[in-house]
Design a protein around this ligand. Structure first.
Ligand code: GRF
Length: 230
């Protein structure tokens, strides 16, 4: 799978994706990293890994459609066949999503459908919910609304702050996102209505192989379970 990663910020999920590929777990190659923020730290990570980048300030384009058309052109030239949003802080146009139907994924720092929007984890804490977490989902036009592939739940501690919570959420994002992309790359994702299914062998069979090789931190749950190595 030739993957484009779209990032506007620090790029820790991009890094996790590239690591999972170099460790031979995620069956993909990052063909291109794109950004609307020309000095985003994520671009430095891509360049250090020898991955081509396309970075342009979206404010210099007359419309979202034109900016997205520029990305689509670069992605076609790089023969991209799937897209991972990794802290990409802009909406995508219908034309962009239609070019990769069911093949644009996003990671969001809340247990969807709760707490959509720019501050999923902060909103979870402010609400007083007792579980926070993260979700990987297929991207649709409505914000943070597409079918969920995998989620990780994190128990909220007493006196939790965003500073104390975020590292636990990020650590889980870095495990569930490469896993979801691997399922996409290996053709495992099936949609029935808006429900994502995996083949039975992939989904929670209690065999020695269903245990993740690295244990989850205390108070965390991942479902569907991670494949070995994720
Ligand atoms: C992550 O928390 C992700 O859930 C959200 O944006 C953040 C990106 O972080 N969509 P990074 O740039 O990958 O470190």
């Amino acid at each position: 799978m030739r993957l484009a990663v779209l990032a506007s910020g620090r790029g820790s999920n991009l890094q996790a994706i590239m690591q999972s590929i170099s460790r031979g777990r995620l069956a993909a190659r990052v063909a291109l990293v794109l950004s609307n923020v020309p000095d985003a730290p994520a671009l430095g990570l891509a360049e250090a890994a020898g991955v081509p980048v396309w970075a342009k300030d979206h404010r210099k384009f007359s419309s979202r459609a034109r900016f997205d058309a520029g990305m689509l052109e670069a992605m076609a030239a790089a023969r991209v066949d799937a897209v991972a949003l990794a802290g990409y802080m802009r909406l995508l146009s219908p034309a962009f999503l239609n070019a990769y139907p069911g093949r644009v994924l996003n990671v969001h720092p809340s247990l969807l459908p709760a707490f959509t929007g720019a501050d999923g984890a902060g909103d979870t804490l402010a609400y007083g919910a007792k579980f926070a977490g993260c979700s990987v989902h297929i991207v649709e036009e409505a914000v943070d609304a597409g079918p969920v592939i995998i989620q990780a739940a994190v128990a909220v501690r007493d006196n939790e702050t965003k500073e104390s919570l975020m590292p636990r959420i990020h650590a889980l994002e870095h495990r569930i996102y490469p896993q979801a992309l691997h399922w996409l790359a290996t053709g495992k994702l099936r949609l029935r209505g808006r429900v994502v299914h995996l083949p039975p062998a992939e989904y929670g069979e209690m065999s020695p192989h269903s245990a993740p090789s690295m244990p989850l931190p205390d108070g965390c749950l991942v479902n569907p379970p991670l494949d070995p190595g994720f």
